[in-house]
Design a protein around this ligand. Structure first.
Ligand SMILES: [Zn+2]
Length: 488
């Protein structure tokens, strides 16, 4: 009897090991090397274009601050001067004074059009940090193989990349079959309400239904996954939503010499502590898709684990428990960001308020987030309302398919641009927000990706100090858009 039991167990073990090994050694189909193509941008010209573009301080200071109107208008003129063929052949419209919409009429108008997005504005340099820059942020210095300055990566790379690719195509007499729109908002860094949203409404009013769109939000990088050296093209088929809730606890006030058991500050503090202790549940699916897409590039042990997440998921999740970046990709995050209450040390507070910012995972909405917060706090003395003083909340995006026309066009253009270097395509949830959210009415195929190769150490320069783009990197951006548009 006992040997039978052991034999049965052994048989199960053998099957298990066989499954693990088969999965470990069966390659994923997506790692083919692309074909090269015959187009090389004029490197000196491209470098000069970016160097000049940086000098326009198209800064978004915030919706309650004045628009950098003169700089934006001057930047429009710069684009008109530098891309004469684009401005002669494409229809250019100025939307809501400062945003730009270009229409490149395709030869096959029955085909659905494609949207290429970018934004004209940049974030400010934090006052007092200018001296930390190795090169001044708005001088457009070219040094050490880089063009330095605010906006080079976010997001003038898209503007210059798209327009220069089109300029070259027009010069060579190439016309795409599909109509292509270039939509460049002017206020992405403060929510895109006056720019992208207006462009989107305009296109909707004209009955435009797009095949797909491509916006900022993903890039080419290496070194993000330990042990994986091959470059990864990270494309975001979805982005998280955002909502801020205002928590308010009301007390009776009065003299601090006769306090109640719990003041409004104590009630509020307990509510926040409870939210932090009871985080939103985790959803591993987005992370799983990312890990599986790079599994083939890992060493044997990691590869075995990543290709058998059906078995090892709990181990992987446990190992990522203290990784803030990984956690942000797995759950709706909770961040208490503002707190206020009380006016004087011997006066009991009446209202104590806090703001808590949530980044919402696909599958939830601002309303479900609010309801869960109410349930977790479980204290009727604390009111939970949407914060109406800041940006309005926005649900997470739908998750776009990692197959189909748009996905295929983008990924094959990526592979061809990288060739003969092999590159691995990896879908990954974007934890930040982009202008893409304003275009949900036009297409459900949204891909956030710029062909911009950035070493992992330079990621922090986006919105930070010493933002710069490699001369070769920018050249490849132009090549990518050329390859992509030529195939549409
Ligand atoms: Zn941006």
């Amino acid at each position: 009897m006992k040997t039978k039991w052991v034999k049965g167990l052994l048989a199960i073990l053998v099957v298990l090991i066989a499954i693990i090994l088969i999965r470990t050694f069966s390659p994923t189909a997506s790692d083919a090397t692309g074909n090269g193509f015959d187009f090389a941008p004029d490197e000196a010209r491209v470098t000069g274009l970016m160097s000049d573009a940086v000098k326009y301080k198209t800064i978004s200071f915030g919706r309650d601050k004045p628009t950098s109107s003169k700089q934006l208008i001057a930047f429009h003129q710069f684009l008109a001067d530098k891309f004469p063929l684009v401005h002669r052949s494409l229809k250019r419209e100025v939307v809501n004074k400062y945003s730009l919409l270009y229409t490149w009429q395709g030869s096959a108008p029955q085909e659905k059009p494609v949207l290429l997005l970018g934004h004209l504005d940049v974030v400010p340099v934090i006052p007092g940090t200018e001296a930390d820059w190795k090169q001044p942020p708005y001088a457009g210095v070219v040094a050490d193989g880089y063009i330095w300055g605010r906006g080079t990566l976010d997001n003038k790379v898209n503007i210059i990349g798209i327009l220069e690719a089109a300029e070259n195509m027009l010069g060579a007499g190439v016309q795409p079959q599909r109509t292509i729109y270039f939509a460049f908002g002017h206020d992405e860094e403060q929510g895109g309400i006056d720019g992208a949203l207006e462009i989107s409404k305009l296109l909707e009013s004209r009955g435009v239904e797009a095949e797909f769109l491509i916006d900022e939000g993903g890039l080419v990088t290496s070194g993000v996954v330990p042990g994986v050296d091959v470059p990864l093209a990270i494309i975001a088929p979805a982005e998280k939503g955002i909502v801020t809730l205002e928590l308010k606890a009301r007390g009776a006030g009065g003299h601090s010499s006769v306090p109640p058991k719990q003041s409004s500050i104590g009630i509020l503090a307990a509510a926040i502590a409870s939210l932090e202790a009871n985080q939103f549940p985790r959803d591993f699916s987005h992370t799983q898709q990312f890990l599986e897409s790079v599994a083939d590039e890992m060493g044997l042990v990691n590869r075995m684990v990543m290709k058998n997440l059906w078995l090892f998921k709990p181990v992987v999740m446990a190992s990522l428990a203290n990784d803030a970046q990984a956690q942000a990709g797995m759950r709706t995050t909770t961040a208490a960001t503002v707190i206020a209450g009380g006016i004087k040390a011997n006066v009991l507070p009446i209202d104590a308020t806090a703001k808590v910012n949530f980044r919402i995972l696909p599958g939830e909405t601002p309303d479900t987030v609010r309801q869960r917060v109410i349930d977790v706090i479980d204290d009727t003395r604390v009111s939970v309302d949407f914060d109406i003083s800041g940006q309005r909340g926005m649900g997470p995006s739908p998750v776009s398919p990692t197959e189909g026309y748009g996905w295929e066009k983008i990924t094959s253009a990526i592979r061809d641009t990288a060739a003969p270097q092999r590159i691995v395509i990896t879908p990954r949830l974007l934890v930040a927000a982009t202008d893409t959210r304003h275009y949900r009415n036009l297409t459900s195929n949204h891909y956030r990706f710029t062909y911009m190769a950035l070493p992992v150490g330079d990621l922090g320069t986006i919105h930070g100090t010493n933002e710069r783009i490699g001369v070769k990197t920018l050249n490849d951006t132009v090549r990518f858009y050329h390859r992509l548009m030529s195939g549409l």
